[in-house]
Design a protein around this ligand. Structure first.
Ligand code: C5P
Length: 401
C-alpha cells in the first residue's frame, strides 16, 4: 500500500449503503500514515455511527455547520485550510449535484467551497442513477473544475442491480489518494538534505547547540520523496521520525555533517542545506568532564566550523545548491549577499525575529531568491511550504541544466 505520511485528509461521508466501507477506509488511511478528520452529512449518520468513525480516526467527527461549540474548536474554515486533500467516499448522486451547483448549506459543502485543497470523490449509487443524464452532466461539471473521480466500479449492487456505480474498494481508494501527492517533478534525481541542529562537544557530556527542530528539513525530505527523488537526509539530533523512504545519516557535529555531505557528492543532483549548523565549536574537546572551578567567569575558546553548503557549492561537479537564510533584520539584503558569497543557486530567506514562524514553529513564510529574481510565498505550514519549495527547486534546477 502507498504511503500518506503526515498527510491531513478530510474524509467526507455522504448517505449511501457503501458508507459501511468508510470505516475500513478510515483505518487504511490511518495505517498509511494520514491524520484523518471525518465530516458526515446528516444522511450518512443513518448508515454508520459517528462514534465508529471517531474511534477509528482518533479525532472527533464533524457533523454540523452551525454548531457554536464545534465552530469554536475547528470550524468549517479551519477544516478547509487544515486539509491537504478532501476525499468524499461514498459520494452520493445528491452530493455530486449539490457540489456541482456550488451549494454551501451544510458542513461538507461549505468546506468544499472554502478549501484550496484538491477534492476527490468516490461515487457510489445505483447504476441507473449513475447513468442518468443529470448525474453525467454533474460529472462533467466536476471534472472541469479539476475535481477527481475515483471510479465508480462496475458490478453487483446492494439493490440487486448490476452495472456502474459501485464504490471502489477501500484499498484502491487509499492508493489513489496517495498517488494524488506524487508530482514526478524530481523522478530519477538524487537530493541530499541537511537538517536539524549540530552539537559541538565541550566534554563527554556537554555541548553547544541551538533550538532547530529539523521540521523544515524533514518536511523537504518528505516532499522530495513524493516528487520521486532519492533522498539522503543528513540530520543532527532531533525528535522527529525520518521519512521511511529516505536514507538517513545521523550526525552530531558540523564536521560529521560535512563528511556525510561530501560522501558520494558526485551522485547528488540537488543539495539543500536546511540545517542550523553551529558557527563555532570548542577548540578542543576535554577528555573528561570539565570540573567546576573557583573562578566566577569561565572563558571558552571557539574555532570556526566549516561552511558545509559553501564547501558543497565549490565542489566539482557542483550540485544545484540551495541554502537557507534565517535573519532577524534586513532579511532580503543579507540573504542576497549570502547567495553570492556562498556561490549558491538559490536561497530561501525567512525572518526569524517573528515568534509565529521559523525556528521551532510549525509554520513558516519565506522568500525564494535566485540569481534571476525573487518570489515571496505565503505563510503556511512547513509541510505545505516544503511541497511548494520542492516544486520551485525542481523548476529552477531544470532551468539551470
Ligand atoms: O551563514 P549562515 O549560517 O547564515 O548560512 C545559512 C545557510 O548556510 C543554511 O543553509 C545553513 O544550512 C548553511 N550553513 C552550512 N554550514 C555552516 C553554516 C551554515 O551549511 N557552517
Amino acid at each position: 500500500m502507498q504511503r500518506l505520511t503526515n498527510k491531513q485528509i478530510i474524509l467526507g461521508i455522504t448517505g449511501g449503503i457503501a458508507a459501511y466501507k468508510s470505516a475500513e477506509l478510515t483505518r487504511l488511511l490511518k495505517t498509511a500514515g494520514a491524520d484523518v478528520r471525518v465530516v458526515m452529512t446528516p444522511s450518512a449518520t443513518e448508515f454508520i455511527t459517528p462514534l465508529t468513525l471517531q474511534a477509528l480516526s482518533g479525532n472527533p467527527v464533524h457533523l454540523h455547520l452551525l454548531d457554536a461549540e464545534a465552530e469554536a474548536g475547528m470550524g468549517h474554515i479551519e477544516l478547509a485550510k487544515w486539509a491537504d486533500l478532501i476525499l468524499i467516499a461514498p459520494c452520493s448522486a445528491n452530493f455530486m449535484s449539490r457540489l456541482a451547483s456550488g451549494h454551501g448549506d451544510d458542513l461538507l459543502t461549505t468546506i468544499c467551497l472554502a478549501t484550496d485543497a484538491p477534492i476527490c470523490l468516490a461515487p457510489a449509487m445505483n447504476q441507473a442513477m449513475w447513468r442518468d443524464s443529470g448525474t453525467q452532466a454533474n460529472v462533467e461539471t466536476l471534472k472541469n473544475r479539476e475535481i477527481k473521480l475515483f471510479g465508480p466500479g462496475i458490478g453487483e449492487q446492494a439493490c440487486g442491480d448490476n452495472g456502474p456505480g459501485r464504490m471502489l474498494e477501500p484499498e484502491k481508494i487509499t492508493n489513489l489518494t496517495a498517488s494524488q501527492f506524487e508530482t514526478f517533478a524530481l523522478t530519477g534525481k538524487t537530493v541530499f538534505i541537511t537538517a536539524g541542529p549540530t552539537r559541538e562537544a565541550l566534554d563527554p557530556i556537554r555541548y553547544i547547540s541551538n533550538h532547530s527542530s529539523g521540521k523544515m528539513g524533514y518536511a523537504l525530505a518528505e516532499a522530495a520523496i513524493e516528487a520521486g527523488a532519492k533522498v539522503k537526509l543528513i540530520t543532527g539530533p532531533v525528535t522527529l521520525t525520518p521519512p521511511e523512504r529516505a536514507t538517513t545519516v545521523a550526525i552530531e557535529s558540523a564536521n560529521e555533517m560535512l563528511e556525510a555531505s561530501l560522501l558520494d557528492l558526485s551522485l547528488c543532483d540537488i543539495f539543500i542545506a536546511a540545517a542550523a549548523v553551529a558557527d563555532y565549536r570548542p577548540t578542543a574537546i576535554a577528555e573528561h568532564k570539565i570540573k567546576k572551578g573557583t573562578e566566577e567567569i569561565m572563558e571558552l575558546h571557539l574555532v570556526k566550523n566549516p561552511d558545509i553548503v559553501a564547501t558543497v557549492a565549490s565542489s566539482t561537479p557542483k550540485p544545484f545548491t540551495v541554502g537557507f537564510a534565517a535573519e532577524t533584520k534586513d532579511v532580503l539584503e543579507y540573504a542576497k549577499s549570502k547567495l553570492e558569497r556562498k556561490n549558491l543557486d538559490m536561497i530561501i530567506a525567512n525572518d526569524v525575529s517573528r515568534s509565529d514562524i521559523g525556528f521551532n514553529s510549525d509554520e513558516n513564510a519565506v522568500t525564494v531568491i535566485t540569481h534571476s529574481g525573487s518570489e515571496t510565498l505565503p505563510q503556511t505550514s512547513k509541510r505545505k511550504l516544503a511541497s511548494l519549495l520542492i516544486e520551485e527547486i525542481a523548476t529552477q534546477y531544470k532551468a539551470n541544466r
